[in-house]
Design a protein around this ligand. Sequence first.
Ligand SMILES: *Cc1c(COP(=O)(O)O)cnc(C)c1O
Length: 397
Amino acid sequence: MTQNFSHNNPLFQQLIEAIRTAICTNAKTVALHEPHLCGKEWEYIKDCLDSGWISSVGKYVDLFEENLAQYTGMKRAVSTVNGTAALQVCCRLVGVESGDEVLLPSLTFVATANAVHYSGGIPHFVDCDENTLGVSPSVLRTYLRENTELRSGNCFNKKTGRRIRALIAVHVFGHPVDLDALMQICSDFKIEFIEDATESLGSQYKGRHAGTYGKVSVLSFNGNKIISTGGGGAILTNDTTLADQAKHLTTTAKQKHPWRYFHDQIGYNFRLPNINAALGCAQLEQIDFFVSKKRALAERYKMAFSKVAGVKFFKEPPFAKSNYWLNAFLFDTPDQIRNDAFLEYAHHCGLMLRPAWTLMHRLPMYKTCPRADLSVSENIEARLINLPSSSQLGRFC
Ligand SMILES: *Cc1c(COP(=O)(O)O)cnc(C)c1O
């Protein structure tokens, strides 16, 4: 039934044509995002295998961390086994304790909320801004003014009585949030600021790399991110003491000693293996190429979608130069049933499009968490579709 309806829907047909024009490929099925391995990946991995340095220490780990710090303009980068683990450690680094609330957008990947929970914190969901898809500073400020109070230098939720320790801002699909405004709010309300920059490697906010404003920030190198180490993540910070703590905590909190096993707290085995870091080194060498490819693809989408009435291609906010990690368009009107029908039709046409993530406050484990009004997030959830965004696409035209 749906399929017949979809085949005859002229808007759906126009959209599929627009997407096909933009991506310009003969491939029958087109994935949402694929890794692009066209550099020295083989060479560096072979070096790990030949030398036997495949595990938790090695020269590629050090090199990858140095290169990440240099590329982003940060003092230190500490690599981890994935981005979720890095977020968990960041919560601990900024002092999240059991029962503290942590503010985060409801429009995010589940890992952000899970990391808060793993660290003992309670997710507290806030709304996003239609122009950035990230946390809305103006709405957040009003919300905090009405719902929190300062007690001995800490921010407390007036309703729950719990301390609000941190805000995790997410650069959704690679588009930077309004960092200056959010930093100011955090400073005014005595809240620690963490950036979930897992999707935004290569994106800039007012000329500076996204992920360099938070006290600590997190990158991810999962298989679908702009560069991949298979699985992996990193913590960025300008605070060398915090960086040392991050390294220590992710290395089972073992004190350095030639033979003795002494661990001074409960740490984690969250290190990135050398063999994954080798991939990371090769991938990071190509980041500028990937960003330029993705920006060119976004430009092609923008052109193609400008000719379709009833939808709007999502463009980077004016203060940002985005990596366009994952392209998206929004229908003018919210309608989940229409979205599902369109997704079914697109998949039938071989295009592996995706809806926005189900909002965090709708998931069974987080539905009783504290939250602000989330009407903008809910509206976007019912309008947004993600588009195939691999950097290989759009190049044969
Ligand atoms: C990918 C992602 C993460 C987690 O990174 P992993 O490396 O997959 O653990 C966290 N938050 C967001 C918004 C992400 O997209």
